[in-house]
Design a protein. Structure first.
Length: 395
């Protein structure tokens, strides 16, 4: 698939409090569907009014039974070949389903090169993983951590597949869960059913109860004056955060049930984190979209992540190379990061492949603290403590 590179994400920015309410809406989300099907999705996900109805693929409709099965599978180490890890090993609920390390280890000790993403509201993304424009559904992406052998994460390769499936086939409780989740299919347990259930559970991970959400719902005391000032800076032309982190999910990688198929965008950006050799390259072990497309112009292109619960998902960037939110803002204020020595030496500020949106800016400590305070208002305590998403084996 040809990569679509977005150089400018258009959005009208208002300075009034009215903008604070209206800017959360994507253009494709101005109407919430009221069909029986979308109402069912909204009911299953318990969506508040300000959250658009998400897109769910027809081939894997949401059901409570699949979500329940997916929740058990997500936390079960039997899903790894050596029974050493589960999905939750790299996606901890208390950390908004990230893991707090720069780059995790797979189940066999294999060092991974990418930071574990938080999973809040991934149902609204147009693509999945940090930099692949061919994973258009969660079902596509889930094959990678479960089945891939380079790097090994859960390690369920072809040689181990039957052994892993047999563990579930010999478990009476799982047999009942699978039968409830797939009532119109035969009673065999397959990797396809596992992936469909996991995708359903991950789609159910809705974060919509942060102070920011409470403000949108009408509680004018939910945000402090500092947080409101930070949000205005976030959406202003100095910081320009909103170009890549827009809408209700704070990412321009966005779709919902009202997004027309020909209007879906697949944004990837080079943010000047590296400039190896002065030609815009990123470290050899991970060059972003280039590794999938082999187009030199795609070096360093990564998908804008959602900023929901961003306070909890440090360290930041695709490789976990930036430790704090302040350092993230300082990276953008400088217009790119400087790596002074070593094999990755280079000044990202001068990268020929850097997005034209990354211009750098002067910011006071007061302004930086205000933006950080706003980002902290996206922390959803209900999400990180909800029994709906917790480990069922600890109940």
């Amino acid at each position: 698939m040809t990569a679509v590179r977005i150089t400018v994400f258009q959005m009208t920015v208002l300075s009034s409090i009215f903008f604070l309410l209206s800017a959360c809406e994507q253009e494709s989300s101005t109407e919430i569907q009221t069909s029986d099907e979308s109402a069912s999705v909204r009911e299953i996900l318990e969506l508040p009014d300000h959250m658009p109805t998400p897109a769910v693929p027809d081939f894997n409709p949401l059901t409570n039974a699949k979500i329940q099965l997916g929740r058990f599978l997500f936390y079960d180490e039997k899903l790894s070949a050596n029974q050493a890890q589960s999905c939750s090993s790299c996606h901890d609920q208390s950390l908004a389903f990230s893991d707090g390390v720069a780059q995790p280890l797979g189940s066999t000790g294999h060092q991974l090169v990418r930071n574990s993403q938080g999973l809040a509201n991934v149902i609204y993304h147009t693509t999945f993983t940090w930099s692949n424009n061919s994973f258009l559904e969660l079902e596509d992406q889930l094959n990678v951590p479960i089945r891939a052998d380079n790097p090994i994460e859960l390690g369920v390769t072809d040689a181990k597949l039957n052994e892993v499936l047999l563990r579930f086939e010999q478990d009476e409780e799982y047999l009942a869960l699978f039968a409830a989740a797939f009532p119109d299919e035969d009673d065999t347990i397959s990797m396809n059913k596992i992936i469909f259930s996991l995708a359903s559970f991950v789609r159910s991970m809705i974060s919509a109860s942060s102070p920011y959400d409470q403000y949108l719902a009408g509680d004018k005391t939910a945000l402090t004056e500092q947080q409101i000032a930070g949000y205005q800076l976030f959406n202003g032309e100095k910081f320009e955060c909103f170009h890549c982190h827009s809408g209700i999910n704070f990412s321009s990688s966005y779709r919902d049930a009202n997004t027309a198929s020909d209007a879906t965008e697949f944004p990837f950006f080079n943010n000047g984190l590296y400039n190896v050799g002065g030609d815009g390259s990123y470290p050899e072990e991970d060059q972003g979209l280039y590794d999938a497309s082999l187009d030199p112009a795609d070096k360093g292109l990564f998908r804008p992540q959602s900023l929901r619960n961003i306070e909890l998902t440090a360290p930041y960037m695709h490789d976990g190379s930036i430790a704090t939110l302040r350092e993230v803002i300082e990276h953008y204020a400088r217009g790119g990061s400087l790596t002074e020595s070593g094999v990755n030496a280079g000044d990202g500020k001068n990268s020929p492949l850097k997005s034209a949106l990354i211009l750098g800016f002067d910011a006071t400590d007061e302004e930086i603290e205000a933006v950080i305070a706003f980002l902290e208002s996206l922390t959803d305590e209900e999400f990180i403590t909800s029994p709906k998403f917790s480990n069922p084996f600890e109940e």
